[in-house]
Design a protein around this ligand. Structure first.
Ligand SMILES: CC(C)(COP(=O)(O)OP(=O)(O)OC[C@H]1O[C@@H](n2cnc3c(N)ncnc32)[C@H](O)[C@@H]1OP(=O)(O)O)[C@@H](O)C(=O)NCCC(=O)NCCS
Length: 181
C-alpha cells in the first residue's frame, strides 16, 4: 500500500483519518460498501453498481453546488479507504438543514472512526460554513448511529419524515448561539 500521507489533498485531517473529495475512481469502494447488507440495513435497499455510481455522482454535484458533501474517509497514513463522512445540505420539512452524515465500511466499525470523522465535520460546519445548528438524521432503530450523534454532542430534537421514512432529527448548536440563548 502506498504512503499517501499528504495534507494537500485533504479537506480535513484528524489523528488517524484524512477526509477528501471523492472522484469516480472511488466507485469500486463505494459500490462495495453500498452493496453490503450490514452497512445498508437502515436504508430501504442495498445499491447495485449503477445505483452506487448515481449516488457517487450526487456527491460530486454537491461538491460543485454546495462546496461540500459526503467525503471519502481514509487512513491518513496508508490511504486505505474506510468510509464516507461529510457535511450535507438536506431538505427537512421544506427547510434546509446542515447535516453531518456518516457511513463506515463494516470491517472498520467499533474503532471510533465514525465519531472521529463526524466530530471534525461538525467543527467544520460551525467554523467554515458558519452553521448555527448542525444536525444528523437517523432512523429510530439505528442505535449505533444515534450513539455517534450523542457522542458528537447532539441531542434528539423530534421525529421527522425524511425521504418518506421516520427519522430522529438530532442537533446541536454552536457554542456562541447556545450561550446567547
Ligand atoms: C453508524 C456507524 C458509522 C457507527 O459506527 P461505530 O463503529 O459504531 O462508531 P464509531 O466508529 O464512532 O465507534 C464507536 C465504538 O467504537 C468503540 N471504540 C473502539 N476503539 C475506539 C477508539 N479508539 N475511539 C473511540 N471509540 C472506540 C467505542 O467504544 C464505540 O463502541 P460503543 O458504541 O459500543 O460504545 C456504523 O454502524 C455504520 O456505518 N453503519 C452503516 C451506515 C449507517 O447506518 N450510517 C448512519 C446513517 S444515519
Amino acid at each position: 500500500m502506498s504512503n499517501s500521507f499528504d495534507h494537500q489533498k485533504y479537506i480535513l485531517t484528524t489523528t488517524r483519518l484524512g477526509l477528501r473529495q471523492m472522484t469516480m475512481d472511488d466507485l469500486n469502494f463505494v459500490a462495495k460498501m453500498l452493496a453490503c447488507a450490514d452497512v445498508m440495513q437502515y436504508y430501504p435497499q442495498v445499491y447495485n453498481r449503477e445505483e452506487a455510481a448515481e449516488w457517487l455522482e450526487r456527491q460530486l454535484v454537491r461538491y460543485r453546488e454546495d462546496g461540500h458533501g459526503l467525503w471519502l474517509v481514509e487512513d491518513r497514513y496508508t490511504g486505505e479507504p474506510i468510509g464516507q463522512v461529510g457535511v450535507i445540505i438536506q431538505q427537512v420539512e421544506e427547510q434546509p438543514i446542515v447535516e453531518v452524515g456518516y457511513l463506515i465500511d463494516q470491517p472498520f466499525w467499533q474503532k471510533g472512526y465514525a465519531i472521529e470523522a463526524a466530530s471534525a465535520c461538525k467543527e467544520y460546519a460551525f467554523s467554515q460554513l458558519h452553521a448555527k445548528v448542525v444536525h444528523s438524521l437517523i432512523r429510530p432503530a439505528n442505535i449505533p448511529s444515534q450513539r455517534v450523534a450523542l457522542r458528537n454532542g447532539m441531542k434528539p430534537i423530534r421525529l421527522v419524515t425524511f425521504k418518506n421514512l421516520d427519522h430522529l432529527l438530532f442537533g446541536t448548536c454552536s457554542e456562541r448561539i447556545c450561550i446567547e440563548q
